[in-house]
Write a protein that binds this ligand. Structure first.
Ligand SMILES: *[C@@H]1O[C@H](CO)[C@@H](O)[C@H](O)[C@H]1NC(C)=O
Ligand SMILES: *[C@@H]1O[C@H](CO)[C@@H](O)[C@H](O)[C@H]1NC(C)=O
Ligand SMILES: *[C@@H]1O[C@H](CO)[C@@H](O)[C@H](O)[C@H]1NC(C)=O
Ligand SMILES: *[C@@H]1O[C@H](CO)[C@@H](O)[C@H](O)[C@H]1NC(C)=O
Ligand SMILES: *[C@@H]1O[C@H](CO)[C@@H](O)[C@H](O)[C@H]1NC(C)=O
Ligand SMILES: *[C@@H]1O[C@H](CO)[C@@H](O)[C@H](O)[C@H]1NC(C)=O
Ligand SMILES: *[C@@H]1O[C@H](CO)[C@@H](O)[C@H](O)[C@H]1NC(C)=O
Ligand SMILES: *[C@@H]1O[C@H](CO)[C@@H](O)[C@H](O)[C@H]1NC(C)=O
Ligand SMILES: *[C@@H]1O[C@H](CO)[C@@H](O)[C@H](O)[C@H]1NC(C)=O
Ligand SMILES: *[C@@H]1O[C@H](CO)[C@@H](O)[C@H](O)[C@H]1NC(C)=O
Ligand SMILES: *[C@@H]1O[C@H](CO)[C@@H](O)[C@H](O)[C@H]1NC(C)=O
Ligand SMILES: *[C@@H]1O[C@H](CO)[C@@H](O)[C@H](O)[C@H]1NC(C)=O
Length: 814
């Protein structure tokens, strides 16, 4: 029963959820429809500009504000324009439909947007024959039109008749093919180049431009158009032509150059002839001959680029044909060699007005083909790499002249400047690029140019390392330099005074070398704003460099990619402290690593310098202290030991005197009240002598009372105590000095005590009889001292003299 109920429930609930899902689908479809027509939700509205790019739209939205002036529909999926699509947007001036799926343009598509000034229809699938002949008839204000199409669509064979209505058109981007363009009276720039879109004109015939003759066209861009042959004077009927770009036509060569340049007028300023040879066909060697340049003679050519053309030399006769108005030359990536023509260039002052000379990458083409791929920059010709929020495709793709203009602007190289100095003979070259050349190239170049005026010098990758190792005057004459690049040269060391004359230098690039220390002085560079030291082998900076950098007002330094040390070496600690405290700005600081002793590393900015300093100092401190205090202790012990040894008798004496006083059992007696007169101090070996001679002579004949230790010492007392008591309680201590005496510990003790008692009580206590004749070198040092201050009496050998001796002794002791 329960089972059946469950079954029913399951069936019902499945059915319900099925209908629910269906309903959801319908709802979602509706929602999508409303979303599709609720474009204000979809597009970004900013004032009267609406951005609907990258929204996946299939139709042109119709609910946008009616007063919009700019509409970006780039990168959607729009297939056609409804006749009424733009009816609401009569104020529309800028419209981009680039990168959609348009195939045809109908009569009424742009009927209502008569205010349109700029229109981008590029990168759709429009075959030009499918553009209605009158489609643009109401666009009387249009001055910018982009009609370049995707290259996966059928190629067109004729240009659209509709173009004829565009009287105001000034800028036209259109696919290039072998057919003639209609008349466009106000056209200024014609862009055929296939940097995006298509261009294929193997034979450039005069016909192509016949309807444009004698218009005021200023620029024609024909790069990447597969041009091989060119009719003579194809541009001769463009009196205002200024810029011509025929680069990247790999099969063009300089052969048709005289046909291309034939009839160019003196308005002509810029010629771009880069890579008009097959780059990898290195067997070709190009020479610039007279006929290649003769037609340029009467132009005012300012910019000429001849990059990547295997040029090995210039015919001397050609040099005289090149107009001296040249300001910008780039012969980058050729194989120019030194020859007679160099001198003629100087003589003819060909480079007199050149302010920008790029001769980098000479001999680059001589390398093996495998190395070429890294060098050639195909990004010059991007396909569809257009970012968001850009209304017009063309504005993303720079012409080479634009690149040059920006470069000149960046380096603030102005034509005005050169005009000013054109009256004098002084070369005004400001920018010289010698990068990636053989190291000796600079010698020729420094002669061709007056380097004193040079402001930018690029000598990176020129194998200068060994030259700079011992040439400290390399840059001496470059007094106007503001930027110097000697990066990637394998430089190991620079001479100390190499930058001394470069007072105007603002940017110095020494990155990617092999510097392990800063041997050069940067203090003369008082205007330095940027110093690049990245990717060298620096472990630290020296004090002088740190000081010089700190003295500069606003300097940025890049020391990333070095092997900076985070160790406790004194100099490194100073450097780390400096890093943490200086005003100098460090570029790429998060990648500026500092290596610990165990070769692990952290970004130097993350190092807590205070705690690191603490880590460094205690171990150093305690080890030092330990060593020092140990040394001091040893020293003190030595001194103390010495002193103890030196004064051991005095100390002992002091000890006993104090001891006797403290115990109280002892009182020093007055002179008259001594217990005995004489304490006889002798060695045991001399007991005979004492018993047979001393006692009878002194006690019996002399009537002295004697204290003799064998006879009179108190039993039970310490020997030392007995001795001191004996010395202090007798008037005189008579020492019988023999060899045995010297060797006896106790005898020496007695003698020393007596000596000290004498000094202490200021009486004549000690009397020494020298019985044996002991050579002084055998006497202990302290005994010598005692004997020095005391007179001693020698005991004679003969009996007769002995009698006299005893008499004299008795008199002395009395
Ligand atoms: C469409 O836009 C209107 C306001 O213009 C808004 O009220 C409505 O909710 C939107 N519809 C949807 C489905 O987003
Ligand atoms: C709106 O347009 C103005 C002027 O073109 C621009 O400065 C501003 O950044 C735009 N605002 C937004 C949110 O895009
Ligand atoms: C454009 O129209 C919208 C309403 O659709 C209005 O809010 C806006 O103020 C208008 N802008 C101008 C410049 O007239
Ligand atoms: C477009 O141009 C045609 C012919 O010049 C003219 O008849 C028509 O009225 C124009 N349309 C509009 C909307 O201006
Ligand atoms: C070309 O420009 C000159 C002067 O700017 C002008 O006089 C001439 O009419 C223009 N030619 C054409 C065909 O527009
Ligand atoms: C140049 O000519 C060669 C044949 O000589 C051909 O293979 C190549 O595609 C041509 N290059 C261009 C850009 O036309
Ligand atoms: C130069 O033009 C002439 C005449 O148009 C033609 O015969 C010749 O072949 C052209 N030269 C080159 C190299 O295209
Ligand atoms: C350049 O001009 C001079 C004088 O005006 C003339 O003699 C010479 O033929 C011209 N050269 C060219 C190549 O047009
Ligand atoms: C360019 O140089 C001139 C003269 O040297 C100077 O007056 C001008 O400020 C500079 N311009 C820029 C943008 O640096
Ligand atoms: C310029 O050079 C010419 C010849 O080279 C010379 O005669 C003339 O004196 C020079 N003028 C100046 C201002 O140096
Ligand atoms: C150092 O280089 C300069 C180039 O600026 C050169 O004139 C000079 O002769 C060179 N000195 C040595 C010793 O090679
Ligand atoms: C310091 O230089 C940086 C970049 O070089 C610059 O942006 C900044 O304005 C300069 N600051 C001062 C105070 O000159």
């Amino acid at each position: 029963m329960v089972a059946i109920f469950l079954l029913v429930f399951v069936f019902v609930s499945t059915k319900c959820s099925a209908t629910l899902t269906q309903a959801n689908h319908e709802e979602a479809d509706n929602l999508r429809d409303t979303l599709d027509s609720n474009e204000t939700m979809v597009c970004d509205v900013n004032g009267t500009s609406v951005d609907c790019s990258f929204r996946g739209l299939q139709y042109i939205p119709e609910n946008l504000p009616g007063n919009l002036t700019s509409l970006n529909l780039r990168a959607n999926n729009i297939k056609y324009i409804k006749g009424t699509s733009f009816q609401r947007y009569q104020a529309l001036a800028k419209l981009s439909l680039s990168d959609n799926s348009l195939e045809i343009i109908g009569l009424t598509d742009f009927e209502y947007v008569s205010s349109l000034t700029m229109l981008d229809l590029s990168l759709n699938k429009i075959v030009y024959d499918n553009i209605n002949n009158n489609a643009f008839q109401n666009l009387s204000k249009l001055y910018y039109l982009d009609l370049k199409q995707r290259d996966d669509v059928t190629e067109s064979t004729t240009y659209p008749r509709a173009l004829e209505d565009l009287d105001a058109l000034e800028y036209l981007m259109v696919d290039g093919f072998d057919n003639y363009l209609p008349h466009l009276p106000n056209l200024k720039e014609l862009y055929f180049s296939s940097q995006y879109g298509r261009c294929n004109i193997p034979h450039l015939r005069r016909d192509i431009f016949k309807n444009l003759f004698n218009t005021n066209i200023t620029g024609i861009y024909l790069s990447k158009c597969n041009i091989v042959n060119v009719d003579e004077g194809v541009f001769e009927n463009f009196p205002r032509l200024e810029s011509l770009d025929v680069s990247w036509n790999e099969n063009l060569t300089f052969g048709p150059m005289c046909n291309i340049t034939f009839g160019l007028k003196n308005y002509f300023k810029r010629l771009n002839t880069n890579n008009i040879y097959q780059y990898f066909k290195a067997s070709e060697c190009t020479v610039i001959w007279k006929e290649h340049v003769v037609n340029l003679m009467n132009t005012s050519l300012e910019v000429w680029t001849l990059e990547g053309n295997h040029i090995i030399k210039v015919d001397p006769n050609a040099i005289y044909q090149v107009p001296l108005s040249l300001k910008y030359i780039s012969v980058q990536d050729n194989m120019l060699m030194v020859g007679d023509y160099s001198d003629i260039i100087v003589e003819h002052q060909l480079l007199k007005h050149v302010i920008y000379y790029d001769t980098s990458k000479l001999f680059g083409s001589h390398l093996l083909p495998s190395n070429h791929f890294g060098k050639i920059n195909y990004s010059q010709a991007p396909k569809y790499t257009i970012p968001h929020n850009v209304l017009f495709t063309r504005s993303q793709i720079k012409t080479y002249f634009q690149v040059i203009d920006e470069r000149l602007q960046k380096f603030n190289i102005t034509s005005d400047k050169s005009n000013k100095s054109s009256s004098s003979n002084q070369t005004v070259t400001e920018y010289l690029d010698l990068s990636e050349c053989l190291s000796d190239t600079y010698k020729v170049m420094f002669e061709l140019f007056t380097v004193e005026g040079l402001r930018y010098l690029n000598m990176s990758k020129t194998y200068l390392g060994y030259t700079l190792l011992d040439n400290g005057t390399m840059f001496e004459r470059f007094v106007s330099l503001t930027t110097l690049d000697i990066s990637s040269n394998g430089i190991l060391q620079l001479k100390e005074h190499i930058f001394d004359t470069l007072h105007k230098l603002e940017r110095l690039y020494i990155g990617n070398n092999k510097l392990s220390n800063i041997s050069f002085d940067i203090s003369p560079l008082t205007n330095l704003k940027y110093l690049d030291l990245h990717s060298n082998r620096l472990e630290t900076l020296n004090m002088k460099t740190m000081e010089s950098l700190s003295n500069l007002k606003n300097v940025t330094v890049n020391i990333g990619g070095n092997v900076l040390r985070c160790d406790c070496h004194k100099q490194n600690l100073k450097f780390l402290v400096w890093i943490a405290t200086t005003n100098v700005v460090f570029e790429d600081f998060e990648h500026t690593l500092c290596y610990f002793i165990n070769e692990s590393s952290i970004p130097i900015g993350d190092l807590n310098i205070e705690s690191f300093k603490l880590e460094c100092e205690p171990p150093a401190y305690s080890v030092l202290t330990l060593v020092t205090s140990f040394c001091i202790l040893i020293f003190l012990m030595i001194i103390g030991g010495g002193l103890l040894h030196r004064y051991r008798w005095n100390l002992r004496y002091l000890y006993y005197m104090t001891k006797f006083k403290m115990v109280g059992g002892y009182q020093r007696l007055d002179d008259v009240e001594y217990d005995k007169d004489i304490f006889v101090s002798y060695a045991n070996d001399d007991t005979e002598f004492v018993r047979n001679e001393v006692i009878p002579k002194l006690e019996e004949s002399g009537h002295f009372s004697l204290l003799v230790h064998a006879r009179d010492f108190q039993a039970g007392e310490f020997v030392a105590d007995n001795i001191v008591r004996a010395v202090t309680s007798t008037r005189v201590t008579l020492a019988i000095l023999t060899r045995a005496y010297v060797e006896s510990k106790w005898c020496m003790y007695e003698m020393n005590m007596a000596s000290l008692e004498g000094i202490n009580t200021n009486r004549n206590v000690l009397c020494v009889i020298m019985k044996d004749n002991i050579p002084p070198k055998n006497l202990p040092i302290e005994l010598i001292e005692v004997l020095k201050s005391k007179t001693y009496i020698e005991y004679p050998e003969s009996e007769e003299q002995q009698e006299q001796f005893w008499e004299r002794l008795i008199t002395t002791l009395k």
